[in-house]
Design a protein around this ligand. Structure first.
Ligand SMILES: *Cc1c(COP(=O)(O)O)cnc(C)c1O
Length: 367
């Protein structure tokens, strides 16, 4: 149907940098003279060990991850972290406070409640997750083992711009759809995790950045594969890790470094998001429901007042090679996921299409 690549606004799995995939393609059957593919390589080989170490070092450099944090390359998708976090971080009171800013946060809280006393410290659910609630240290229980937030709401499109001060209590953040998109201070967090398929590489791989003093509290009956301490002791090589996905993630990290690192990506992401929100706000047909202050740089949610018109917008977009613009099935409307790999040209093409659609369908005439 399409002669060339499309602008893919999918929420995840989502676009990867073309350079990364072309490099992977060129090395697919013979990785740098090894005579074999990375897929065919022992995870104990020196070639793979260098791939893994380089990926970790490049991620550390990109995010300025301090030495007192472990970086783990795990599997099981993002959702397994909903269980791993409580299994490993409940250690004294077995209490945790969650801020529910979207469906992923809600699911995380429900899963954690199987393992301990979970309290919802704040939630924007009754307002359709259109904003990030104001929370302060007083909103959290003093004896909580951790506080949990979701950095970017992939489904409804609000993001934290200033994380809450939790004092001595470790702050845990699901950064699946925000990692590497803007600068954050890792020191503020006890644990950051991210599924790879939004901004890093293939689905299934998860990256966990955990402060070392939080390792070692999982109870003895914890399944080996769900114990951060064991994964850290074996430097993500306890068993066979998702080797090819780690390789692709490593190519993405290197690509980002070559592009100027996170400051350069953040500048570009702000430009892309500003341009898109401005065009939506200036239109007569489309609205973006998320509070200005909290608007996501990655997940731009918008709609018209008429679901049938939304559908027409999405269908006609597809014909132009602007694909996967339908909102999440529970949110409806439209969502443009504009991760790092979405080029400025893709956002420009979407803006032109929104302007044209707005001209043709507003003012009562039905073109
Ligand atoms: C996609 C996503 C998840 C779930 O990831 P899976 O790999 O599908 O389990 C969790 N949290 C956030 C914020 C996400 O965007």
């Amino acid at each position: 149907m399409f002669e060339s690549r499309v602008y893919n606004f999918s929420a995840g799995p989502s676009m990867l940098p073309l350079d990364v995939m072309e490099q992977a393609a060129s090395e697919m059957t013979n990785y740098r003279g090894c005579g074999m593919s990375v897929m065919e390589m022992s995870h104990r080989s020196s070639d793979f060990e260098s791939i893994l170490r380089a990926a970790e070092q490049d991620l550390r450099d990109l995010m300025h991850i301090p030495r007192n944090y472990s970086v783990l390359f795990l599997q099981g998708g993002g959702t397994l972290q909903f269980a791993m976090v409580p299994l490993n971080l409940f250690r004294k009171s077995f209490k945790a406070d969650y801020v529910v800013t979207g469906t992923w946060a809600k699911k995380a809280a429900e899963e954690a409640a199987k393992f301990g006393d979970v309290r919802i410290a704040a939630s924007s659910e009754k307002d359709g997750y259109r904003y990030i609630p104001d929370v302060t240290a007083e909103d959290f229980r003093k004896d909580a083992d951790y506080i949990y937030v979701t950095g970017n709401n992939t489904v409804f499109g609000a993001r934290w711009t200033a994380y809450p001060d939790t004092g001595e209590i470790p702050l845990v953040c699901d950064l699946s759809s925000g990692i590497l998109s803007e600068e954050i201070d890792v020191n503020r967090f006890g644990l950051i995790w991210a599924g790879a398929q939004k901004n890093i590489g293939p689905a299934g791989l998860v990256i966990v950045i955990i402060r070392k003093d939080l390792l070692g509290f999982a109870p003895p009956e914890t399944p080996t594969m769900l114990n951060y301490q064991i994964m850290a002791d074996h430097a993500s090589l306890y068993n066979t890790p998702p080797t090819y996905s780690i390789y692709i993630a490593g190519l993405t990290f290197r690509h980002l470094i070559d592009q100027g690192g996170i400051p350069a990506m953040e500048a570009l992401n702000r430009k892309k998001a500003d341009m898109l929100y401005r065009c939506i706000d200036d239109s007569s047909l489309f609205t973006a429901p998320v509070a200005l202050r909290d608007r996501s740089l990655m997940s731009v949610v918008f709609k018209t007042s008429d679901p049938a018109l939304d559908k027409r917008f999405i269908d006609q977009a597809r014909e132009r090679g602007l694909v996967n613009l339908a909102g999440h099935r529970i949110a409806g409307g439209m969502r443009a996921s504009i991760y790092n790999a979405m080029p400025m040209e893709g956002v420009e093409a979407l803006v032109r299409y929104i302007e044209e659609f707005d001209r043709n369908h507003s003012g009562g005439t039905n073109a």
